[in-house]
Write a protein that binds this ligand. Structure first.
Ligand SMILES: [Mg+2]
Length: 126
C-alpha cells in the first residue's frame, strides 16, 4: 500500500502533467480556496439530495449529458459526495507535495496528539 507521501507525489505529478503549475502555479491562498471549493461541491450535492455514499458517473458528448449509475469506462466522470471528498484529499496531497510537507508524519503526529486531548476538547458542542 502506498504511503500518503507517495500518493501525494503521484497526485502532484498529474497536476504538473495537466498544466496546473504552468506559469508559476497558484498562491497559497488560492490553493486553500480550491480545497474549500471541493467541500462546497460536496455540500451542494448533499443539498441537492445526494446520499453521502452515492456515486454516479457523467459524460458529455455532443453537448448532451449522459448519466450512469455504474462506471462505463475511465472517461466517465465520477460524481457525488465521495468524489468531491476525494477531490479535497487530492488537492491537499498536491499542496503537500508542492510545499514539501511530510503528510505521513503530519497525520501521525496529529493523531497521536488528538489521542491525548480531553473528551470533546473540554465541552465543545460540535
Ligand atoms: Mg470537485
Amino acid at each position: 500500500m502506498p504511503t500518503m507521501n507517495e500518493l501525494s507525489a503521484q497526485v502532484h505529478q498529474t497536476a504538473l502533467d495537466k498544466g496546473w503549475y504552468d506559469g508559476g502555479g497558484r498562491t497559497f491562498g488560492e490553493v486553500i480556496a480550491l480545497m474549500h471549493s471541493e467541500l462546497s461541491e460536496a455540500l451542494e450535492d448533499y443539498r441537492n439530495g445526494a446520499a453521502p455514499e452515492s456515486t454516479w458517473y457523467e459524460k458529455k458528448t455532443d453537448g448532451e449529458r449522459h448519466i450512469s449509475r455504474e462506471p462505463v469506462d475511465e472517461t466517465w466522470k465520477p460524481c457525488g459526495i465521495p468524489s468531491e471528498l476525494a477531490d479535497v484529499v487530492i488537492r491537499v496531497m498536491d499542496a503537500c507535495a508542492y510545499y514539501g510537507i511530510d503528510l505521513d508524519r503530519a497525520i501521525q503526529e496529529k493523531m497521536a496528539y488528538n489521542a491525548t486531548r480531553p473528551h470533546r476538547h473540554g465541552g465543545k458542542t460540535i
